[in-house]
Design a protein around this ligand. Structure first.
Ligand code: DHB
Ligand code: FE
Length: 292
């Protein structure tokens, strides 16, 4: 059967993609961002997944005000990097995994979560920047990727609690796929940032680090953070952090158990926090399942 071996969490700042694409990674401003991912790139090479289930948000690229899916799963064989105004990023085409994606759609919908099934979709910096941070600049991405887009742009957005419970359903779905696949789940976006209005430029290190602590050690408490707290404390775009709860909810230690049964804790392999990158606080974690 398929299983989730690890979860990865990272910000997706578009300027990071531009810094890579334009050869600026050695500049002092960017060096301190990229050095937080040196460990992670090696870790990914040492722990190669068969598939990455990548939770991200579309920024009015593939979707518009015409149609606003709360949760959308990409079931296509391929996803083209999007043109976000300066042409598509010079990164490889994203190969999908239609069989696993269709199975997850079937299972998660039967577990009472409404998903939009997307058979054709371009993917923007929300998906390509995390891949670049974790993989560098390869000729092809190292494995198939299932894009899972969450609406955190146009209100109403889903709660952290709903995202966490959806993660639990995704874990069950993956564990019931009849092929021996090593799957990683990535939660992306965040951390604190606000791009517009009188509070543009807001960054809140205390909130971000408390969120990282909670996500690692007390994920139920992290799942209970109300929407208004993200927006007030982490800025209007800080709400992207609810996507991290989908990945966290899919990890072994929070799976429902029989009474009296306990789950082994996760293994935290890496934690990184840096301010600023563009207008955003960059946060990054790698958590492995105990039996990975
Ligand atoms: C920035 C961050 C984002 O998450 C985004 O989607 C666009 C811009 C920024 O920091 O500039
Ligand atoms: Fe964003």
């Amino acid at each position: 059967m398929a299983h989730i071996s690890a979860s990865v969490y990272t910000s997706h700042v578009p300027a990071i993609g531009a810094a890579l694409d334009l050869g600026k990674t050695a500049e002092p401003y960017w060096q301190s961002v990229f050095k937080g991912y040196d460990f992670s790139k090696q870790w990914l090479k040492d722990n190669p997944p068969d598939v990455v289930f990548l939770v991200y948000n579309d920024h009015a690229t593939a979707f518009s005000l015409d149609i606003i899916p709360t949760f959308a799963i990409g079931t296509a064989p391929q996803f083209q990097p999007a043109d976000e105004g300066w042409g598509p990023r010079p990164v490889p085409m994203v190969q999908g995994h239609p069989e696993l994606a269709s199975h997850i759609a079937q299972s998660v919908i039967q577990q009472d979560f409404d998903l939009t099934i997307v058979n054709k979709m371009d993917v923007d910096h929300g998906l390509t920047v995390p891949l670049s941070l974790m993989c560098g600049q390869p000729k092809a991405w190292p494995c198939p990727v299932i894009p899972f887009a969450v609406n955190v742009v146009q209100y109403p957005v889903p709660s952290g609690r709903r995202c966490f419970e959806l993660g639990r359903a995704i874990r069950k779905a993956i564990n019931s796929f009849d092929a021996d696949l090593n799957v990683q789940i990535w939660g992306t976006g965040g951390m604190s940032h606000q791009l517009q209005g009188p509070r543009a430029g807001l960054i809140n290190k205390e909130f971000d680090n408390a969120f990282l602590d909670k996500l690692i050690n007390d994920p139920e408490a992290a799942a209970n953070i109300p929407h208004i707290d993200y927006v007030r404390e982490a800025g209007s775009e800080g709400i992207e952090l609810v996507m991290w709860l989908i990945a966290r909810g899919a990890m072994d230690d929070v799976a429902k158990t029989a009474p009296g049964q306990a789950r082994a804790p996760l293994n935290m392999r890496h934690r990184f926090y840096h301010v600023p990158a563009s207008n955003t606080a960059v946060g990054h974690l790698i958590l492995e399942n105990p039996s990975h």
